[in-house]
Design a protein around this ligand. Structure first.
Ligand code: PAF
Length: 289
């Protein structure tokens, strides 16, 4: 596996592969890699070369969030990527991604959805994500990019950004990788104490129960959301939100128009803010809008 740090190096390598007819897929990450990232790398490898960027992006953290203490271990990340068989690791310095510094940035924003759900509590977060992912795509110029489905709102927003800006890249959705007890894998799970770690899978259980009630025909979305949030609270979580949304665009669902739904939640457990989501469709036979 080749490790590069500059825009010129990563571009040249990606171009060499593409000129040779090989498909290059970028897996953007913030490092602190784990099995879920390995699975995204394997997905990328199925169609050709897997390039992984590692960059803890300062612009998607608000003051007081965990930017400073976000786990960083490039050597461990490189070792994991080597074992996973990744072809390229791109680990740029902040100046490489933001050459003019962090003030007066050229920003990419997706209004509307970026202010809802996770964006309601983290107002600048998604503008930071879109601003860095646009740069990473334009720096590396890959054929495809993979975003994990665990960050479902991020996935929908980034798809929209790629479409709106006509960025010539295929967006691929990576499945959620879960621990055996159902907890979605995340670099932030390491903030959990051992007691919290035992409780954490309840988040997924609560979302699954909510999805089950939807499938069983319940259509009072507000009540489903309230019940799920109350159940999370009883289990010691502090929920930011639980929401039933249309899966395609994260719009508000309508009780009279069944569609594919997604049940999403973000909840604090101690120092960890956990997010998760579960897909859900109406029972067979019920027409889908
Ligand atoms: O999902 C993440 O790890 C980050 O938000 C991303 C997409 C790498 C942008 O910094």
């Amino acid at each position: 596996m080749r490790i590069v740090e500059t825009k010129a190096q990563v571009r040249a390598q990606v171009r060499r592969w593409r000129d040779a007819g090989e498909k290059v897929t970028l897996v953007p990450t913030m490092g602190a890699l784990h099995q879920a990232h390995v699975n995204l790398v394997r997905l990328a490898q199925r169609s050709g070369r897997a390039a992984v960027s590692i960059f803890v992006n300062p612009t998607q953290f608000a003051p007081g969030e965990d930017f400073e203490r976000y786990p960083r271990d490039l050597e461990a990340d490189a070792a994991l990527l080597r074992r996973a068989g990744a072809d390229l690791m791109f680990a740029p310095a902040t100046e490489e991604v933001y050459p003019r510094g962090l003030g007066d940035l050229t920003r990419v924003e997706t209004p509307g959805l970026s202010a809802e759900l996770c964006g309601a509590r983290r107002p600048a977060h998604f503008a930071g994500v879109t601003s860095v992912v646009a740069r990473l795509l334009l720096i590396t110029l890959p054929d495809a990019v993979i975003f994990g489905r665990k960050d479902y709102q991020q996935l929908v927003i980034l798809r929209r950004m790629v479409e709106d800006l006509h960025i010539p890249v295929e967006v691929v959705e990576g499945p959620i990788t879960r621990e055996e007890d159902g907890l979605a894998m995340s670099s932030r799970n390491r903030y959990l104490s051992s007691g919290e770690r035992r409780v954490a899978p309840r988040l997924n259980a609560v979302l699954l129960e909510c999805a089950e009630r939807l499938r069983d025909g319940e259509r009072d979305f507000a009540r489903l959301e309230r019940d799920a949030a109350a159940r999370l609270e009883r289990n010691g979580f502090v929920p930011d939100y639980v929401a039933v949304r249309r899966a395609g665009d994260l719009g508000l669902p309508s009780a009279s128009e069944p569609c594919a739904w997604v049940v999403l939640a973000a909840a604090w457990l101690g120092a960890a803010r956990l997010i998760d989501n579960v897909a859900c469709s109406p029972p067979p036979g019920e027409p889908i809008a």
